[in-house]
Each structure stands twice: as structure tokens, then as C-alpha cells.
Design a binder for this molecule. Structure first.
Ligand code: ZN
Length: 135
């Protein structure tokens, strides 16, 4: 398994317009666009921060996993995404090592990516996303 970089940090927000204003106008990060990820019932908004990005997460439905997160934990840091070269290989390797995964098989993410989440119980409390970009 080869990790290439920290792809992005995900931040759960209730007021995406206020958050966009802060990161775009306040921190002057370049806005990379919005996308609704229907399977996760979430709208994601990306800002470029050097080699990595920030991903604002806004739930699009009351039963979205991000809505549940906001209810129990409030706004704030949600997950870290690591870019891997080959997500199928990464998932197989982690399974073989006995790591608990939320996604046993990679699924569709934003911007044509394939993603798989690792359970925080296996990562000392951090929700970790693996992401493979289209080649
Ligand atoms: Zn993410």
C-alpha cells in the first residue's frame, strides 16, 4: 500500500455559506467547487490548501451520517483523507491486517474518486478516508 499525501481534511458545518466566506474570503483559499454526494446525503465544498484541500461537509438530509455527527458532536473536524495509489490493494491489505473498515469495498466519492472509510475504533479515534483519484 502506498500513501501519496494528505488529500483533504473534512470539516462538518451547519452554515456552509459562513464557512465558505471564512475559508474563501478570510483565509483566501481557492474555491474548487461544490458537489452533492447522493449516496452519503452530503454536499461537499472544496478549497485548495497547498498540496491538500479542505472539504466542507453539509448534510442534505436529516438521516445523513454528517447530520448525526453534527447532532452529537457539533461543527468541526470530521475526517482526514489520505490519497492512495491503488485503493483495492489498500483495502485488501488493511483487511488482511485485521483493520476494521466501514467500507469493505471501495465506493464512489466526489469528483470521480473511489473512497473507503476506516473505522475510528481501528485508528485511535480518527475517522480516516482512503481516496484514489481517477488515473
Ligand atoms: Zn472526505
Amino acid at each position: 500500500m502506498k500513501i501519496k499525501r494528505i488529500a483533504h481534511l473534512g470539516i462538518a458545518v451547519k452554515d456552509v455559506d459562513a464557512a465558505k466566506k471564512l475559508y474563501g474570503e478570510g483565509l483566501k483559499l481557492a474555491f474548487q467547487g461544490d458537489e452533492v454526494v447522493a449516496t452519503q446525503k452530503v454536499q461537499v465544498s472544496f478549497f485548495k490548501a497547498g498540496e491538500s484541500s479542505l472539504e466542507l461537509l453539509l448534510p442534505t438530509a436529516a438521516d445523513s451520517p454528517v447530520a448525526k455527527f453534527l447532532e452529537t458532536r457539533g461543527e468541526g473536524f470530521h475526517h482526514m483523507a489520505l490519497e492512495v495509489e491503488n485503493i483495492d490493494e489498500a483495502v485488501a491489505s488493511l483487511k488482511a491486517a485485521g483493520v476494521r473498515l466501514i467500507d469493505e469495498t471501495p465506493r464512489e466519492g466526489a469528483h470521480g474518486t473511489r473512497v473507503a472509510f476506516i473505522h475510528p475504533k481501528s485508528t485511535f479515534g480518527l475517522l480516516l478516508e482512503l481516496v484514489e483519484y481517477p488515473h
